[in-house]
Design a protein. Structure first.
Lengths: 105, 401
């Protein structure tokens, strides 16, 4: 048997729920409030704009992959250039030694 | 009109002027005094003030008009309840019973209740259950009373008292021993009252005022949500989809393979009786009457003292700590219930059957066995109305008989 008090309890609980029944579905507004710190800026906006709105930067997958590819290319270039610099330094030392020897003799 | 709440606050102040520490236990004990036929059990190790607290409360409410019996010395059958009037028997041949002062007194105390002999226990148990006592085939009805008892649960007892006897005590408070600073505080208080804490305690409430307070507390209305909170809380400690109340196998063995093992139910071997709900409601009313409001957190706090002597737990090394932990889990569970909007959904289902909402309710029921019980009841109704088939029900899906 259904209790009147129990129904009152259910009704009281329900009166505080801001939900709607749409067909067979139940929907409610969570009432989320986005604070300033939780606002985000697009990566390209960060690069090209003078002023940005949020504290967090959001990247699209494509932009992130492009960025990762460019970082990889730059790392390889740095590695290759640093090898070339080492070779040039060695040649410079060798030429300097030859010149000093020639000047002395 | 004198504010009767002031009497209760004065009682608390006067007790705390003479009693050290254990503020929460004392407060609950005083709240529990505010309803009819109030019974309180104080549990504490030897020499931690359980008799002192009992006497302070009795003195504060009844002055010198109370009776204390001692479990340690009360060994003669019948003396506690009544005895035969020998001259009537000799002269007239009639059995006239002289009811003992303990029966007649409005304020009753039992020191070391764990040592009470079975005959006296049975009589006191009957009085707490039915509000009457029997001796020599005659009955005496007890009017409104206050019964405060104490015991040291670690004492070797002469008799083991039955669990239903303890269940008749509304609340059971545990006292702690004193810290160093509290010992100093006690010495100060003893000096202030010339080592006579009990006799210095004034009567702060007249019996008529106490009756009036109890009437007012009884008439205090709780809102449906507070009542719902109490009922759901107690049900969480009782519920078992495997019917442990009627099973010879108890948790944790009974819970093996059960879907609901992570809930409070699996930590409770012996569930609390329905008295837990009644007492918690009385305490909530008393709190609302005294303070003007009662919050859900207050109910959680009070529940500890209502449940501690009524349930048996799977882990019982430290029953107070264990109950505290279970009650904290309950707080989170109540919030989960709110976030699922489950009572809203149940309310809608009570009004109209909706397949979509029923599906959502079934998903919720898998997360909440108390909610599931209510859904089972609705399913029964829908089966009769031909809205669903028996084999489609949640009960059938979960394999619950």
């Amino acid at each position: 048997m259904e209790s009147e008090y129990f129904r009152k309890f259910l009704e009281s609980k329900s009166s505080k729920v801001n939900a709607k029944i749409i067909g067979d579905l139940l929907a409610w507004d969570e009432g989320l409030q986005i604070s300033r710190s939780s606002k985000f800026t697009d990566f390209l906006e960060l690069v090209y704009a003078e002023k940005t709105t949020g504290d967090a930067i959001v990247l699209e997958r494509g932009t992130a992959l492009d960025l990762a590819e460019r970082i990889e290319w730059m790392e390889k270039s740095i590695e290759s250039l640093s090898k070339k610099v080492k070779v040039l330094v060695a040649i410079l030392i060798l030429v300097s030694l030859v010149a000093i020897w020639g000047w002395l003799t | 009109m004198t504010n009767k709440r002031e009497y209760v606050r004065t009682l608390q102040e006067e007790v705390m002027k003479r009693f050290v520490g254990n503020e929460e236990a004392t407060y609950i004990a005083i709240l529990n005094l505010l309803h009819k036929r109030s019974t309180l059990l104080i549990r504490a190790p030897r020499g931690t003030g359980k008799s002192t607290l009992m006497l302070l409360l009795l003195k504060g409410m009844f002055g010198d008009d109370f009776t204390v019996i001692s479990g340690a010395s009360e060994v003669k059958r019948g003396e506690v309840i009544g005895r035969l009037h020998i001259p009537s028997l000799e002269k007239e041949g009639t059995e006239k019973v002289l009811w003992a002062r303990f029966v007649q007194a409005h304020g009753k105390g039992i020191d070391e209740v764990n040592r009470l002999n079975p005959y006296t226990t049975a009589n006191v148990h009957h009085m707490m259950q039915f509000g009457e006592v029997w001796a020599y085939g005659q009955k005496s009805t007890a009017s409104d009373y206050t019964l405060i008892a104490n015991e040291n649960p670690n004492d070797l007892t002469t008799f083991i008292q039955p669990p239903p006897f303890y269940d008749r005590f509304d609340v059971c408070v545990y006292l702690n021993s004193l810290t160093v600073s509290q010992k100093f505080e006690l010495q100060e208080k003893n000096n202030r009252y010339e080592n006579d804490l009990i006799n210095s305690m004034p009567q702060v409430i007249k019996y008529e005022d106490l009756l009036e307070i109890r009437r007012e507390v009884e008439g205090t209305e709780l809102d449906p949500e507070t009542l719902g909170f109490i009922n759901i809380l107690v049900r969480d400690f009782q519920v078992c989809v495997r019917d442990k109340e009627h099973s010879s196998v108890l948790p944790p063995v009974l819970c093996e393979g059960c879907h609901f093992t992570r809930f409070v139910c699996s930590s409770v071997k012996e569930p609390p009786s329905e008295r837990a709900t009644v007492v918690l409601t009385q305490l909530a009313k008393a709190k609302k009457w005294l303070e003007g409001e009662v919050r859900n957190d207050d109910i959680i706090e009070m529940a500890k003292w209502v449940l501690v002597h009524r349930i048996s737990l799977v882990r019982n090394e430290n029953v107070i700590e264990e109950i505290d932990e279970l009650l904290q889990r309950e707080k989170e569970r109540m919030l989960e219930r709110e976030s699922r909007r489950q009572w809203f959904i149940l309310n809608e289902l009570y009004t109209n059957y909706s397949p979509g909402l029923y599906r959502t309710a079934r998903e919720i029921a898998v997360e909440d066995n108390v909610f599931a019980e209510e859904l089972y009841a609705l399913e029964e109704k829908w089966i009769k109305e031909g809205k669903i088939k028996k084999e489609e029900t949640l009960k059938a899906t979960l394999g619950i008989k």
